[in-house]
Design a protein around this ligand. Sequence first.
Ligand code: GRF
Length: 221
Amino acid sequence: MSGARLAVLVSGQGRNLQAILDAVAARKLPVTVAGVVSNRADAGALERARAAGVPAAVVPHADYADRAAFDAALLAALEALRPDFVAMAGFMRVLGDGVIRRLRGRMVNIHPSLLPKHRGLHTHRRVLETGDSEHGASVHYVTEELDGGPVAIQGRFSVRPQDNERTLAERVMQEVELKIYPQALAWMARGELQWTEQGLRFRGKPLAAPLTLDDLEPPFR
Ligand code: GRF
């Protein structure tokens, strides 16, 4: 492990976290995972962190009187890790503007839809209800607008007639998320993907449209 310090925010199973940990262990992703912070004590992701020897902390949202108190505790737990970057990986709480401003340009999220389509929850169901021909996932920088920050990379696939919510969730994870998240973080860690107030830059040029699965480097395909 080397390079930039990455903190990961989780709430659930942690399959995206595992892909990040595996990419670090395989020396594809030049970061040190400084720690994992969960808002749920029962998140499977915590076990994955511990198994990899990564510090794991819990900031249980139910223990705090209001969102401001939770945000303050979460920010303190994050800042104790001295992260250069923060990755939300299945983190299921909406953060307040104060936290987001503090981490502006350094925090990304993975969202299971082709943003700007289907922000928020139940994306797979909404894809089926809408009759979309394509689905996928997006890595975006986190801004005050929920699931509305600039998209760095987006992977897509064709919806099949036999797909249901379960198969779509699985395909989003396997065909897209587990590939694009480690790749996006590697570009960030290497300084190839950069946030500016004027928009994202990739390899020194403005990023006019999100990167795609075709842009994945061989180790991430
Ligand atoms: C992913 O599909 C992510 O896009 C969504 O929640 C899921 C997280 O799963 N927000 P995991 O915790 O990485 O297994």
